[in-house]
Ligand binder design. Structure first.
Ligand code: KG4
Ligand code: ZN
Length: 375
């Protein structure tokens, strides 16, 4: 009999529920995004996020069960994100998960959201029948996190979905997450929210016009595997402020966004070649930095595989650059599909499976931990 786990995720701005069998087969995965709620603020507003989770949690869980063709009583365990994340947002999922577990008499499995992102890679890899060899280096890069881990199993034996993974943090951002930098740069250029997907596509549309400004690699004193993106964002801000040429097109795009026109084909004609070259240069700097530090770690540790997960892992240039660099280093690189890159509950249910098998359970005292570490 397979073990079917209901995963619940509410750490940031996605309310998600999923059912995963044996940590590898996704029976359903439902995500209610709050992008429309937060769009006009250009970032996630914690108070509004909690309120939306409250509104969405019941229908989202119901829909996940419906799509899996299951009743609540048929679930073997409930996995819920304990942290890191926004405390009010986390509490909605945790309270709901605890209540369900108690009412149904089912085990409750606490899951670290970052471990979920790691498992998103394994979920995809299991499906494709090519499991990453460990030890690996894993970059988790999203709107809330930019962090690099070494990932191992207890004894580095063959990996299956029930293997408990061990983590060692190698580096992290000192300030903004990479996705946050994308969102802030898109906001200051009036390109909408979230910034990543649109900047990704605009950078690809840029011709070979010279960059109006050059961004070097950010130096982080101390740990060379730490990241920093706030200086880059500020450099874009100063450049835009000092260049009056951008003013008119920014005004035009603000008006377009106010009319609800935020698609690529609506915004692209409102971008000058200079703006496109600026976006291309910004993306080059982010991608270069993420790939460089991750591959330095991978080579120093002489790992077999490189894993890349989180919302920014959907970036096409990041994927292509990692593929290229990993190939020349003789390593394999693994990403989740785009749907599993951003926040979802299938990754939480998959991570819960190995913990469930190891007997790592929570009781009704489970509380949200906004800065839960991954160990
Ligand atoms: O993992 P996620 O859904 O939520 C967080 O945990 O933050 O990631 C969302 C972040 C946003 O900052 C968004 O701008 C970024 O991922 N993102 C991208 C792309 N798609 C989403 N960044 C760069 N390129 C993309 N294609
Ligand atoms: Zn996330």
């Amino acid at each position: 009999m397979s073990v079917r786990i209901l995963g619940i995720e509410s750490s940031c701005d996605e309310t998600a529920a999923a059912v995963v069998a044996d940590g590898r087969e996704i029976l359903s995965s439902v995500v209610a995004s709050q992008i429309d709620v937060h769009r006009k603020y250009g970032g996630v507003v914690p108070e509004l996020a909690s309120r939306e989770h409250l509104r969405q949690i019941v229908p989202v869980v119901r829909e996940a069960l419906l799509q899996a063709g299951m009743k609540l009583e048929e679930v073997d365990a409930i996995g819920v994100t304990q942290g890191p994340g926004l405390v009010g947002a986390l509490l909605v999922g945790i309270t709901y998960g605890k209540t369900l577990a108690q009412a149904l008499g089912k085990p409750l499995v606490p899951v670290n959201h970052l471990e979920g992102h790691v498992h998103a890679v394994f979920l995809e890899a299991h499906k494709a029948g090519r499991t990453p060899k460990l030890p690996a280096v894993c970059l988790i890069v999203s709107g809330g996190h930019t962090v690099l881990y070494e990932v191992k199993t207890e004894d580095c034996s063959a990996l299956d979905a029930s293997a408990l993974l061990r983590y060692r943090k190698l580096g992290q951002t000192r300030d903004d997450a990479a996705g946050e930098a994308y969102d802030k740069v898109a906001k200051l250029l009036a390109l909408g929210y979230p910034g990543g997907p649109i900047l990704d596509r605009l950078a690809a549309a840029a011709d070979s016009a010279p960059a109006p400004v050059k961004f070097g690699t950010t130096k982080t004193r101390g740990n060379p595997l730490d990241f920093s993106f706030s200086g880059l964002k500020t450099a874009v801000l100063y450049h835009v402020r000092e260049t009056s040429e951008y003013e008119e097109e920014i005004r035009n795009r603000e008006e377009a966004l106010a009319r609800g026109e935020r698609k690529l084909e609506q915004l692209l004609p409102l971008c000058s070649p200079k703006t496109l070259a600026l976006v291309r240069e910004f993306q080059n700097a982010v991608v270069r930095d993420l790939v460089q530090r991750t591959m330095t770690a991978a080579e120093e540790l002489d790992v077999e595989s490189v894993l890349v997960s989180g919302g920014v892992a959907a970036n096409s240039q990041l994927r292509a650059t990692f593929e290229e660099r990993a190939k020349s280093a003789g390593m394999e690189v693994f990403f989740p599909s785009r749907a599993l890159s951003t926040d979802n509950a299938a990754m939480i249910a998959a991570a819960a499976y190995s913990r469930f098998r190891a007997g790592i359970l929570a009781d009704t005292r489970l509380n949200a931990d906004p800065s839960l570490a991954l160990v």
